[in-house]
Ligand binder design. Structure first.
Ligand code: NAD
Length: 471
């Protein structure tokens, strides 16, 4: 049995002041694999004080010095990609074929941010006016459980590039992954107090970061509900906020899409990270005239999406992170059936032979209308809604008829037409023909999907304030 009793404050691993102990459960078999001592408000305040002390000198570092730190961070994380992946598989149930590239993307984020930093002018001047871009101050970075290493790396990279010091509050469900991550970061020998990590409950440690006047900025990834709380409670101390929240991403299948290719891709996008992905394309919009062919193509493609143990390379869909998440997915499947949608594949309950873990059946609903609960709310599990449309305009209207706007997908052969459709979608990212990534492109959402953007120069700017000096 592993135990985690320390936080990382002022450049050292220190015993927790908080005394609450939480079990970490392996989602594949329901067994307790670790006990974690959670931080309390006092741990958070100590971490904030360390970051505040470190900010005095760190804010004055040059671009070159920050770039060197980013390269060091890349080296130490890249050296431990396998260990981080193994922790993600065991603790979170992330399937290895997803977890490994996600962890690698986390390591790469430091280099991508270094490139963005080189390209971003931190000073501009005209006549006798000089504008410099200053780090906003101590930043609180709050992350969810579904791609821990990636979020920690992306947020830390942007903050360091901007010259901010940070207090990180990772999800308490990611304690083992965070421990491995901290072991690698410690190797980088960064300036003391530059980053501090306190794992604790959101309503305890997270809330302290949000209300503490010494924290200037919160960069948060998580649910809409908590995002609203942060925006509201942060207003008391005029916090700057970046909020990366949920999604209900549409995937518009145009009538010239080649189904043999587009349908397996659509299922991969829907079941990404076992469906526990903010960017998952969970509404597949298909032309009414091709609905029957699409249904057949889905049934044909499903055998490739094996549910099973996450360490197995053949597995496409692993367990849900917790029993609570399992119940949540089940309740949406029941709601879909009750509202009149038809289960094409999957359905309620565990897949046979996988009753001991939090496994669900990857499920595809057809006969879904966009006003149904399963088409409007984020399920955060492997559940795809197939919705039919009459015309291109109709498809665009349905795609935008959502309170979210994080991601969207368009699939079709005529790329000009796909671009035209993409340009009318209200979402932070629209990918044409597949799940694509570009670490220099902004990531974030319209509407309830959030406030602000991460990645590249956009992510660094979120930690900067312009200051003009006039002579
Ligand atoms: P969550 O909102 O429950 O928790 C996220 C983090 O916030 C955790 O660290 C939690 O401890 C903390 N928290 C909880 N209450 C808090 C409070 N009152 N004050 C401050 N912090 C608090 O989300 P989750 O269940 O961990 O993650 C799933 C959600 O995250 C989904 O809605 C998903 O869409 C979203 N998400 C968004 C993105 C994105 O980039 N847009 C990426 C991944 C996940």
């Amino acid at each position: 049995m592993k135990t985690v009793t320390k936080h990382y404050i002022d450049g050292a691993f220190v015993e927790s002041h908080g005394r609450e102990v939480m079990d970490i459960i392996n989602p594949s078999n329901g067994k307790v694999i670790a006990r974690v001592t959670l931080a309390d408000e006092e741990d958070a305040r100590r971490a904030i004080a360390a970051a505040k002390r470190a900010f005095v000198s760190f804010r004055q570092t040059t671009k070159k010095e920050r770039a060197n730190l980013l390269r060091r961070l890349h080296e130490v994380v890249a050296a431990r990609v396998d260990d981080l992946t193994a922790a993600m598989v065991e603790e979170y149930g992330g399937v290895v074929r997803f977890a490994a590239p996600i962890v690698q993307a986390g390591a790469n984020a430091f280099l991508a941010t270094e490139k963005a930093l080189q390209e971003l002018p931190l000073a501009r001047s005209w006549n006798k006016t000089t504008v410099t871009y200053e780090p906003v101050g101590v930043a609180g970075l709050i992350t969810p459980w579904n791609a821990n290493a990636l979020f920690l790396c992306v947020k830390l990279a942007s903050a360091v590039a901007a010259g901010c010091t940070v207090v990180i509050k990772p999800s308490e469900l990611s304690s083992l992954q965070t421990q491995v991550w901290l072991d690698c970061l410690h190797e980088a020998r960064l300036p003391q107090g530059l980053y501090n990590v306190v794992t604790g409950r959101g309503d305890v440690v997270g809330a302290e970061l949000v209300r503490n006047p010494d924290v200037a900025k919160i960069s948060f990834t998580g649910s809409v509900g908590v995002g609203k709380t942060i925006m509201r409670d942060g207003a008391a101390t005029m916090k700057r906020v970046t909020l990366e929240l949920g999604g209900k991403s549409p995937n518009i299948l145009l009538d010239d899409a080649v189904l043999e290719k587009a349908i397996p891709t659509a299922l991969g996008i829907a079941f990404l990270n076992s469906g526990q992905a903010c960017a998952a394309g969970t509404r597949l919009l298909v032309p009414k005239s091709r609905l029957d062919a699409v249904k057949r193509a889905i049934v044909d493609a499903m055998p490739a999406f094996l549910v099973g143990y996450p360490a197995d390379r053949k597995t496409a869909v692993g367990p849900m992170v917790t029993q609570k998440q399992y119940e949540r997915v089940q309740s949406y499947i029941r709601k879909g059936i009750a509202e009149g949608a038809e289960v094409l594949v999957g359905g309620e309950g565990h897949p046979p032979g996988l009753e001991a873990g939090h496994f669900v059946k990857p499920t595809v609903f057809v006969n879904v209308t966009n006003d149904m609960t399963i088409a409007q709310e984020e399920i955060f599990g492997p559940v795809l809604c197939v919705i039919s449309y009459e015309t291109e305009e109709d498809a665009i209207r349905i795609a935008n008829d959502t309170s979210f706007g994080l991601h969207a997908f368009v699939s079709g052969t005529d790329v000009q037409r796909a671009r035209r459709v993409a340009s009318q979608i209200l979402a932070g990212r629209v990918a044409i023909n597949g799940m694509l990534d570009d670490q220099q492109a902004p990531f974030g959402g319209f509407k309830y999907s959030g406030v602000g953007r991460e990645f590249g120069t956009f992510g660094i700017e979120a930690f900067l304030e312009p200051r003009a000096i006039l002579e």
